[in-house]
Design a protein around this ligand. Structure first.
Ligand code: SF4
Length: 350
């Protein structure tokens, strides 16, 4: 029988599993404690569980260890991991340092099929979805690294490789697990999910009425340009996307963050800023400008510094809330997908 990843279950699912296996429900708290508070890496170490229970767990579950293939630490403290999954696929996870704490950027798919033209993650397409446990394990591994410096994962961004809403249920399950205050206890307001704009899932996500942060990768202010940069826009064009965004804000009463990657001479001109301000007016939101990293496999170049500030100024003139993302890990290829792309290249000698 194929075993289940031990990080796959929510607290309630553990209670149900225990019930089905004639074990008391209070064991769920102990299991969660071993997994997410003590952070052991074998069932054998769960010493306050009975031997019979441990055997039942051994029969059905396994720790699918993330094997570190590569680890880079940047001068600003950003740590980027290339993890190998149990079946050999490689994924990336990044720990970023902020003055308010440490955040972890997790990956939800091996690769990505969305085809955004500025992104290295999508170069090889999508190989497979991650399970909830494989996403959770990235946080646990990061927390273990931070344990060594008595640090804590204080926030999570679901912005690594992959489109989380193309792997919706496991992503939601992942949030339930890391949010649980009997385990890792990462508050909903400290978790942010980012989508390229899969509209039906935006409605589903809004209907959860969670306090989880929500970001949409916009990157262009009109359909013509957005379709060129993000093929998803053909299926889910801006008008419909904006309707979904309004629904999200009205349903949750939370603001949306729009990610806007500035690419030299592509989407960074004054008229783009004007058009963007017009597109998102009346929406409770915030724009995060990301000066794009040079992707060697792609042709994009960085926007000059003065134009970045100019773009910001135009948005501000229209009373748009806007920030410029602080660059992190620039010296270690922290832009999404770059490390993995390199690994694949190396592995297959492309
Ligand atoms: S930017 Fe995000 S959605 Fe687009 S290809 Fe890259 S990982 Fe996928």
């Amino acid at each position: 029988m194929e075993k289940t990843n031990i990080y796959d279950l929510t607290f309630e699912e553990w209670e149900n599993w225990l019930k089905e296996n004639q074990e008391p429900a209070y064991r769920a708290k102990q299991i969660f404690d071993w997994l997410y508070v003590k952070r052991v890496d074998s069932i054998e170490q769960m010493t306050n569980l009975s031997k019979t229970l441990r055997q039942k767990l051994e029969d059905q579950f396994e720790f699918q260890a993330l094997h570190t293939l590569n680890q880079h630490t940047s001068q600003d403290g950003t740590v980027k991991f290339l993890f190998q999954l149990y079946d050999g696929h490689a994924i990336e996870t990044v720990i970023m340092r902020h003055d308010y704490g440490n955040s972890v950027c997790v990956t939800t798919q091996v690769g990505c099929k969305m085809g955004c033209t500025f992104c290295a993650s999508t170069l090889g397409g999508v190989a497979r979805n991650l399970t909830p446990g494989e996403i959770v394990a990235q946080v646990v591994e990061s927390q273990k690294i931070l344990d060594k410096e008595e640090g804590r994962v204080s926030s999570i961004v679901v912005m690594g490789s992959g489109e989380p809403f193309d792997n919706y249920e496991p992503t939601i399950q992942f949030i339930r697990i890391v949010n649980d205050n009997r385990g890792l206890n990462i508050g909903q307001r400290h978790i942010t999910v980012s989508t390229s704009g899969i509209i039906p899932r935006i409605y589903d996500f809004a209907n959860l009425k969670w306090q989880v942060g929500f970001a949409v990768s916009l990157h262009a202010p009109n359909d013509e340009l957005r379709t060129r940069l993000m093929p998803i826009n053909r299926k889910y064009p801006l008008k419909k996307l904006m309707e979904a965004c309004h629904y999200y804000v009205n349903t949750t009463n939370r603001r949306i963050t729009f990610e806007y990657a500035l690419m030299g001479n592509v989407n960074d001109q004054d008229e783009h800023a004007e058009e963007l301000a017009n597109l998102i007016k009346d929406l409770k939101c915030h724009v995060n400008l990301i000066p794009v990293n040079h992707v060697p496999e792609r042709d994009y170049v960085r926007t000059p510094r003065n134009q970045i500030f100019n773009f910001k100024k135009i948005l501000e003139k229209h009373k748009v809330n806007v920030t410029i993302r602080r660059e992190q890990g620039g010296d270690i290829e922290a832009a999404c997908g770059q490390l993995r792309a390199k690994h694949i290249k190396h592995e297959f000698k492309l």
